[in-house]
Write a protein that binds this ligand. Sequence first.
Ligand code: 5AD
Ligand code: SF4
Length: 459
Amino acid sequence: MQRLFIKTYGCQMNVYDSERMADILTPMGYTLTETPEDADLAILNTCHIREKAEQKMYSDLGRLRDRRDERRQDNNDMIIAVGGCVAQAEGGEIMRNAPYVDIVFGPQAYHRLPEMVARAKRSKDMKEGKTGKGVGVIDTDFPAESKFDTLPNTEVSRAASFLTIQEGCDKFCTYCVVPYTRGAEFSRPAKEVIEEARHLAKMGTKEITLLGQNVNAYHGIPPLGDKDWNLARLIREVADIDGIERIRYLTSHPSDMDQELIDAHRDVPQLMPYLHLPVQAGSNRVLEAMNRKHTRESYLEILERLRVARPDIALSSDFIVGFPGESDKDFEQTLDLVRQVRYAQAYSFMYSIRPGTPAGLMELQIPEEVKSERLQQLQAVLNEHQFDFNKACVGQTMRMLIERKGRHDGQLSGRSPYMQSVTLEGNERLIGQVVDVVIESGHANGIRARILTDEQVLV
Ligand code: 5AD
Ligand code: SF4
């Protein structure tokens, strides 16, 4: 048995990829370990979206190297691999900066990991043997064959699963590296997605989150000759699968939020009343410089239609503060939009220059102190709204998916329909089940609940 450690940075697409890496390495005799110290193969699945994530990767890499050097004294080697978006964007640089890395591979190449690992092992044997020189294995191709065609079905049972249905992006927001690292937009065929969803349901999954960098641009080729499937159609089909009680999708672009998809929020009970719909900023001037293709007004109008379709929908967004040229007045408009929408949760970031993106070259870059001050101001308002949302749930009954053990003994944790994190007391046998609960208290980062029925314990 060999031990595999995977650290995942960044978005849910990377979480999905890491899970699939584990699936493909299992037949080679690898089992997952929580700690890098004793791993035979350590993979860092990296994110390139902001500079910070990239710096973190380099410091983690250094630590892995030190650990490996210690272990080598006992003849106990470790293969170090870097995957994901930094690998895709800067594969050659990683090999130069960190020549001790054995494998560098991009997000479209990880189905070839077994072959890469075998090559790295051979190369290591040569290094220690006659030639004295090993070569790193690098695979950042966008191969003609899709990784999805060769990945094995997962053997792991999860209450909630991610399922990538779309990758890449053609939108070219001026701050973003995704179109360069993940490439052009690509949708998986509908039949393939449905088969994977059926398999997940068979393995015990109750909730599926359909993933894509631009998931609502989904247009998968259909199983039989009719026109391309959009996301709304796919959601309706996944809802028909036995055992799937909850569906979510992530991440959407406002300009692909069509009426059919909005209607699905009204018609499909399995589609959860929660939507992450990033607006990024509240000023039209900034939105235009970001090349967002929507305005403050058109975004708010979409939310209006969503609320008509599903009055209780909880909303979430991403925000960037300190985009080049953002004035105090522009920033005020972001705060104003936030106060108008009252998000149930949100993610906010200081603008970070990314190599090769148009915004990196724009004049009027904003000083770090100003960015930091704006971020604090924005987060104070967002946190207040999140807390209010959680408190407003007290006394309500909800269906809750129990996903895992909680931090303390006898505690369980899961998610509400509105994506809040929930802690409750209960028997471990409830993990993987949907149960009725009543909300007892609301906190800054989640809610506490009490189970109403324990019929599930009895069956
Ligand atoms: N700087 C800061 N935040 C960024 N994001 C994307 N690119 C950048 C950048 N250069 C944020 C956006 C996006 C989220 C995933 O990350 O808000 O929606
Ligand atoms: Fe980060 Fe984007 Fe890659 Fe996800 S797709 S890991 S957010 S760079």
